[in-house]
Structures are given as structure tokens and as C-alpha cells.
Design a protein around this ligand. Structure first.
Ligand code: CA
Length: 228
């Protein structure tokens, strides 16, 4: 579970971060809303702990910036404001839950657990590699939150590659699984290559990190290319 913490008060932020890591969550810190948005563009998070009062764009403005995205994290909004009107503003803006400062850390954890529990059934049908997110059920695909439209066959190819993430998928495997063609016929290789080329173009063209790798003479591999 990946959690993004957007909180400008260093002490509170560090305490939350240490606490989340101690609980086994992978936590990333952003000190401003804009920094938080940059992290959200880089990779998918399951949940965001978002402070309302931030320098620059505040928590509500961040929620508004996320509103039209297809993939967004669950949001637990932190705030010192505690009137009914404030809660309504926060929830209307898209927060999934609301926690009033100061809070006990145990309560923060309980809220996070409750929010994540709500999403578990969908979790199984959603797979992520780097900033690629695939919803198996609705057959939709996104990179960095941006939807990519695939043909049914391209989608099947992608799912097969995902099931073998980091391993080579050979042309015969593709022929057998996607085209149900057990005999390796030369013409099919060309068909596979054309579909792979289309899929690669849609997923990787213009992206800094390429996901589909060609293993010369063997097949293909889906893997997050790491830049160090
Ligand atoms: Ca603050």
C-alpha cells in the first residue's frame, strides 16, 4: 500500500511518515500541494493524507485538481477546521474522510485502515506497474492517470504481459494464448509483431520510461525501465 502524505508542518509530517512506515506502509512526503501533485503524476498511490492548510495551492484546490482524473487515491483530509460547513466543503471537494487536528496517531491509522478496507475488492482487479494502471474488469488502461484506449486484442496482450511481469513472453506463448494457435506459423509472427508495435506505440511513445522491452530473438517483456 502506497501512501502520499501532503503536510507542510515538518514535525507533524515526520511523525506521520515514521508511524506509517512502522505499520508497513510505503509512505512518500510532499511539503506543498504542488509537490504532492507532481508525485501523483509520477506514480499511483492508494491513499493520500492531505492537509487542508498548505502554502500555495491548499488541500481543497488539490482535490479540485484531482477531480477529473480516472485514477486517484483515496483521500483523508486533515484540518484544524471543525465546523459542519467545513466538513461539507471538504467532503464535497472529494475527500473520502476527514480528521480534525490535533488527532491521536491511533485514530489516523484506524481511519486509513477503514478507507483501504473499502477498496480491497477492486484492488484485486486492478494491477499497477510503475505509472501504468490496468483495470481488468472494465478493461481500461491508464499511464500517469491518463487513459489509453486499446483494442480488445491489445488489451489481452497487455494482460498476458502483465501476468508475466519481468519475464520473457515468447511469440509461441502469445500465439497460443491470444490467438489460440498451437502451431507456430510464420505468418502469425508478423501479426503478433504488428499488434505489439501498436500496443507499444500507445503505451510508451513519448514516455520517459518504456514498459515493453523486446528480447531479441526470444519475445517480449513488460517491465518498468528504471532510470538511476
Ligand atoms: Ca498545514
Amino acid at each position: 500500500m502506497r501512501i502520499l502524505v501532503v503536510e507542510d508542518e515538518a514535525k507533524t509530517a515526520q511523525a506521520i511518515l515514521r508511524g506509517l512506515e512502522a505499520e508497513g506502509y510505503s509512505a512518500t512526503l510532499a511539503a506543498t500541494g504542488d509537490e504532492g501533485l507532481r508525485h501523483l503524476n509520477d506514480r499511483a498511490f492508494d491513499l493520500m493524507v492531505l492537509d487542508w492548510m498548505l502554502p500555495g495551492r491548499d488541500g481543497i484546490e488539490i482535490l479540485e485538481a484531482l477531480r477529473n482524473r480516472n485514477t486517484k487515491p483515496l483521500v483523508l483530509l486533515l484540518t484544524a477546521r471543525d465546523t459542519v460547513e467545513d466538513r461539507v466543503v471538504g467532503l464535497d471537494a472529494g475527500a473520502d474522510d476527514y480528521l480534525v487536528k490535533p488527532f491521536a496517531f491511533a485514530e489516523l491509522l484506524a481511519r486509513i485502515r477503514a478507507l483501504l478496507r473499502r477498496t480491497i475488492p477492486e484492488e484485486v482487479l486492478r494491477r499497477e506497474i510503475g505509472d501504468l494502471s490496468v483495470d481488468i474488469q472494465s478493461r481500461r488502461v491508464w499511464r500517469a492517470g491518463q487513459e489509453i484506449v486499446l483494442t480488445p486484442r491489445e488489451f489481452d496482450l497487455l494482460v498476458l504481459l502483465m501476468r508475466h511481469e519481468g519475464q520473457v513472453v515468447t511469440r509461441p506463448m502469445l500465439a497460443q494464448t491470444i490467438w489460440r494457435e498451437p502451431n507456430r506459423a510464420t505468418p502469425l509472427d508478423n501479426v503478433i509483431d504488428v499488434h505489439l508495435a501498436h500496443l507499444r506505440k500507445k503505451l510508451d511513445e513519448g514516455r520517459r520510461s518504456k514498459l515493453i522491452q523486446t528480447v531479441r530473438g526470444v519475445g517480449f517483456m513488460l517491465r518498468e525501465e528504471r532510470h538511476t
